[in-house]
Design a protein around this ligand. Structure first.
Ligand code: ADP
Ligand code: MG
Length: 246
């Protein structure tokens, strides 16, 4: 067995008297998709925020490729290859795919000795290449992303993460707001990330999506890890039982 990309060991996180996470462990290997399942308030968001540098944990360790890490900010986690895509996607609606990929990290070029200007050519090339890598076809690469469907916007957010060489992609309910054909496309995107050797953690309420793409399912219940299963060794009924208890 190779060393995991990510190893979460005995992590606890409290908000005042609320035990949002209690002694939770999980790992993630390159080329693997782990689904996080659990009812509302189970601790799913808290766990991904602990991994992505939003929350500091109160106990336990997080190791990246075998080394213990503590991040002071989400930016530090990103610098180490952990990209998190929240439900709001954090896209700038009025900008193109390329501009969204470079949001806050815009490439500049010198224009005849004057002030540096945005390198739009480089941004357009990056957009084209990134969407090609995801095998995701978009007609109007220069259009503002507000013109795109929910699935296409999800693809742009994923594209931004892989352009910056994310090793680990974390997605909070990536298919929740989408219609069925678009859900399928996002599931296909997750499969292509797996084929590219990325590690993917995704939160989902949709058992169909979980069983379609996950290599392992980690179930949380009231801050505790209720179980971990491989899709071919469990059933939807068992996952629901783990989620709700009893
Ligand atoms: N920033 C916070 N402050 C106080 N309590 C929080 C905070 N974030 C989460 N919680 C609490 O921690 C528990 C787990 O929440 P969360 O991780 O959001 O669950 P999930 O994402 O599985 O719905 C809940 O009881 C929630 O109310
Ligand atoms: Mg949540």
């Amino acid at each position: 067995m190779t060393e995991p990309l990510l190893d979460v060991r005995g992590v606890s996180k409290y908000f005042g008297g609320v035990h949002a996470l209690e002694d939770v462990s999980m790992d993630l290997h390159a080329g693997e998709v782990v689904a996080l399942a659990g009812d509302n308030g189970a601790g799913k968001s808290t766990l991904i925020k602990a991994i992505s540098g939003v929350h500091k944990v109160d106990r336990g360790d997080i190791l990246l490729e075998g080394k213990p890490v503590t991040y002071e900010s989400p930016q530090q986690a990103r610098d180490h290859g952990i990209e998190t895509i929240y439900q709001d996607l954090a896209l700038a609606d009025n900008l193109s795919i390329g501009a969204n990929i470079f949001l806050g990290r815009e490439p500049k070029r010198k224009a005849f000795g004057f002030l540096p200007v945005l390198d739009r050519g480089l941004m357009a090339d990056a957009a084209k290449e990134t969407m090609r890598r995801l095998d995701f076809h978009v007609d109007r690469l220069s259009a503002p992303v507000s013109a795109f469907s929910g699935g296409q916007r999800q693809a742009v957010a994923i594209g931004r993460a892989i352009y910056w060489n994310a090793k680990i992609l974390i997605m909070d309910e990536p298919t929740a707001a989408l219609g069925v054909p678009e859900q399928r496309k996002v599931i296909a995107l997750i499969k292509s990330l797996k084929e590219q050797g990325k590690g993917v953690i995704f939160i989902s309420h949709n058992l169909g999506d979980i069983f379609a793409v996950a290599d392992r399912i980690v179930v949380l219940r009231r801050g505790i890890k209720a179980g971990e299963r491989k899709p071919d060794e469990t059933t939807g009924d068992e996952i629901v039982r783990l989620m709700v208890g009893g």
